[in-house]
Design a protein around this ligand. Structure first.
Ligand SMILES: NC(=O)c1ccc[n+]([C@@H]2O[C@H](COP(=O)([O-])OP(=O)(O)OC[C@H]3O[C@@H](n4cnc5c(N)ncnc54)[C@H](OP(=O)(O)O)[C@@H]3O)[C@@H](O)[C@H]2O)c1
Length: 277
């Protein structure tokens, strides 16, 4: 599906739903981003040009500052919170996000969580209007089950739902049962969040001596760090990209170097099968 070659390495690209646009398999999350532009600019330099934010993270202004005047390509995803799912509120929230980001168009606008209160048809009606007005390029959801994803697509009619952003890592594999196969079948890109267990890798490995030994042996064989092996494992499926977050520039380099190579099938299988998953 293409790749971005930089002096430092290769970033593999994956299709974004049926759009014809590709996204790097490793992007950058900005929940708890500290506002400094260096991390975001380094990510863009290394081909991690998909930057994920949300109105609720309060990091849109920081993202906007980092991309302003930058010569590298970027693709910005942001999210509207369920408290703004009424028709008028969606339109206002999008305008506020555009202003904070300092862009004319949001590349990917996502519903952050499903709402049990506001009908999906009302929210998606407003989302479609944003696309028609040119304020948004593509529409996605986040934390939606298979049923909720189906309803979201139904409410959108002919406008494609291109992505579902959900929890996925070696330590959280619930989506493999139903959601991932469903998304793959329907050309919906899965954007995996918290691929590094929110930075608590040691904690996630606590009381799991077998998995720890397997992970460390794969690290030794590949010469990669734990984070790199976990990220490469996460993006193994062709429909999955991920958005690790860091406030450290050197970790942007480390995380981007999780692309451009592949675990062997044997390494992938042993990681996947240890601990009885
Ligand atoms: N849609 C949703 O509901 C939802 C929910 C959660 C997250 N997200 C999105 O997904 C992004 C990523 O998820 P996340 O932030 O929850 O967790 P994550 O990416 O799994 O972990 C982030 C943490 O890992 C640490 N880290 C980063 N690279 C590392 C490395 N190479 N080695 C060791 N530690 C490393 C970071 O600390 P340092 O800063 O110290 O490096 C940070 O504390 C978020 O930023 C957000 O954009 C979406």
């Amino acid at each position: 599906m293409g790749r971005i070659m930089t002096e430092e390495g290769t970033m593999e690209m994956k299709p974004l739903g049926p759009t014809g646009v590709t996204l790097p398999e490793i992007g950058l999350g900005t929940w708890r981003h500290n506002g400094s532009p260096e991390v975001i600019r380094r990510a863009l330099e290394l081909g991690a040009l998909f930057i994920d934010t949300a109105e609720s993270y309060k990091t849109e202004t920081g993202v906007g500052n980092a991309i302003r005047g930058n010569s590298h390509k970027y693709f910005i995803g942001t999210k509207v919170s369920p408290g703004h799912f009424r028709h008028k509120d969606v339109l206002n929230a999008a305008d506020a996000s555009l202003k904070k980001l300092g862009v004319d168009q949001i590349d990917l606008y996502q519903l952050h969580w499903p709402s049990l209160r506001i009908p999906i048809a009302e929210t998606m009606g407003a989302m479609k209007e944003l696309v028609q007005a040119g304020k948004v390029r593509f529409l996605g959801v986040s934390n939606f089950s298979v049923e909720q994803t189906e309803s979201a697509q139904e409410a959108l009619g002919a406008t494609p739902l291109v992505s579902n952003q959900v929890l996925y890592s070696l330590f959280d594999r619930e989506i493999e049962k139903e959601l991932l196969p469903y998304c793959a079948e329907h050309q919906i890109t899965v954007i995996a969040y918290s691929p590094l267990a929110q930075g608590k890798i040691d904690h996630a490995l606590r009381n799991r001596p077998k998995l720890t030994a397997v992970l460390d042996s794969v690290c030794a064989k590949t010469g990669k760090t734990r984070a790199q092996v976990l990220l490469n494992w996460c993006v193994r499926h062709p429909s999955v990209v991920t958005i690790p977050q860091t406030n450290k520039v050197e970790r942007v380099d480390e995380n981007c170097a999780a692309s451009g190579w592949r675990l062997t099938q044997e390494q992938y299988d042993v990681l996947s099968e240890t601990d009885g998953f």
